[in-house]
Design a protein around this ligand. Structure first.
Ligand code: PMP
Length: 408
């Protein structure tokens, strides 16, 4: 087990004073802070190796290409994909899911159905609305039961007409962990494809795409200590071979003639133009950092924090927590509201105490509407490897102070 307090020293942004208080950063579901090793790696790349990949034969180009492809191998290993052909670098989860939605447009017919859930982030919601509008397919939405995915509703809405099921692994609002492995089985029995939004799971728990058996799996580098602007789309090789490229141009071609072109092999068939080389290398370094800590240890640590924090939050009168009551099915994302207070006021008051949380709809408006919050928003505290018991204590204290301040 690692020492989270000690870990903070590796993250320059965590060691600062905000509004005269030491920063307590609890907005990790939005983005995570970066360790020095990642920052240094990116700087070193630009200082020493900066060149375009896959093209040049000069030494810097070879170094940049080797490092970029080494990062892809680190991602492959991290999620246990069969081959690096199945690991596409994208801008992030949003881009990854939009790419899959293009594949859906390629295969869907007007009578087909797409199944998503009400808890989806807009990036796994809006693209499917667009696909439905373009193809004439019907978009169906699975509801909630006791703060988590209603599996019975999913079974009932799944039919031979369903061609795509797109679900989040962990909700960025409710914090619930969806049983993707079991869902993959029933989805595949029905002959549909399973698309998984892994933005909130990949940074926090062991992902084995072969074991999960998702057909596509998306995640973002910036939510796992890596840089912004880099993410991953994993897809089964067979499907990626069937899928048309989404963008066209340099890097992704084999031959270009005046009247037609052919595509290069996977994974480069999808990576048109100069990629985010420094981003990929930074993500590779972030994976090294996570591996040194141990992803299982990170998961356990966050679980322990939640077990410590939940009873204390529940003891605050007027504080309502959303999501499953059961800690077992929960990741380190906690949404709540304080009765009578607007979530934005709560977040602003917490900021005055140095505590950074998020308030709003968290890019999940349909879910927030369903939760029946008075302001169509919640406060969200979200945790990571470097979050500590002291951070939890500070949050609880700051919430109590906020409550007192507004009730006087
Ligand atoms: N899905 C979920 C569940 C998320 O939490 C987020 C980020 N808030 C996204 C998708 C989108 O990720 P990105 O903005 O990195 O593309």
């Amino acid at each position: 087990m690692f020492d989270a307090e000690l870990l903070k020293k590796d993250f320059p942004a965590l060691n600062q004073i905000v509004n005269d208080e030491p920063l307590v950063y609890l907005d990790n579901a939005a983005t995570t802070q970066k360790p020095l090793s990642v920052l240094t790696r990116i700087k070193n790349y630009y200082e020493n190796d900066n060149a375009n990949v896959h093209r040049g034969v000069h030494t810097l180009a070879e170094r940049a290409t080797a490092d970029y492809e080494a990062a892809r191998e680190k991602v492959r290993d991290f999620i246990n994909a069969r081959t690096t052909k199945e690991v596409l670098f994208t801008r992030g989860t949003t881009t990854s899911l939009n790419w899959v939605s293009k594949f859906a447009e390629q295969i869907l017919k007007p009578d087909d159905e797409i199944l998503i859930s009400i808890m989806e982030h807009h990036s796994n919601f809006v693209p499917w609305q667009q696909v439905a509008a373009k193809t004439g397919a019907t978009l169906k939405i699975v509801g909630l039961k006791e703060g988590q995915l209603d599996l019975q509703d999913l079974q009932e809405k799944l039919s031979v007409k369903t061609k795509i099921v797109a679900l989040t692994h962990v909700s960025n609002v409710l914090g619930c962990i969806n049983p993707i492995r079991d869902i993959a089985q029933i989805v595949h029995e029905m002959g549909a494809y399973l698309v998984v939004d892994g933005a909130q799971s990949t940074p926090h728990m062991k992902i084995d795409v072969q074991e999960l058996d998702a057909d596509f799996f998306a995640f973002s580098g910036h939510k796992m200590m890596g840089p912004t602007g880099i993410g991953v789309l994993y897809g089964k090789e067979k499907l990626l071979n069937e899928m048309n490229p989404v963008e066209f141009g340099g890097e992704m071609i084999d031959f270009v003639y005046e009247d037609y072109s052919t595509w290069t092999e996977l994974p480069w068939k999808f990576e048109a133009g100069t990629p985010n080389i420094a981003g990929a290398i930074g993500l590779g370094e972030a994976i090294d950092y996570i591996n040194r800590l141990g992803i299982d240890a990170i998961e356990q640590h966050e679980h322990d924090l939640m077990a410590y924090l939940m009873p204390q939050l529940k003891a605050i009168e007027g504080l309502k927590i959303y999501g499953p009551a059961d800690l077992q099915n929960r990741a380190g994302v906690l949404s709540f509201n304080l009765a009578g207070l607007h979530p934005h006021d709560v977040a602003t008051a917490l900021d005055m105490e140095g505590v950074a949380v998020r308030a709003g709809h968290h890019c999940a408006q349909p879910l927030i509407r369903l939760l029946d919050t008075s302001a169509e928003a919640t406060v969200r505290a979200s945790f990571y490897a470097y979050s500590t018991i002291a951070d939890c204590d500070k949050l609880v204290d700051a919430l109590k102070k906020t409550k007192e301040f507004f009730t006087i």
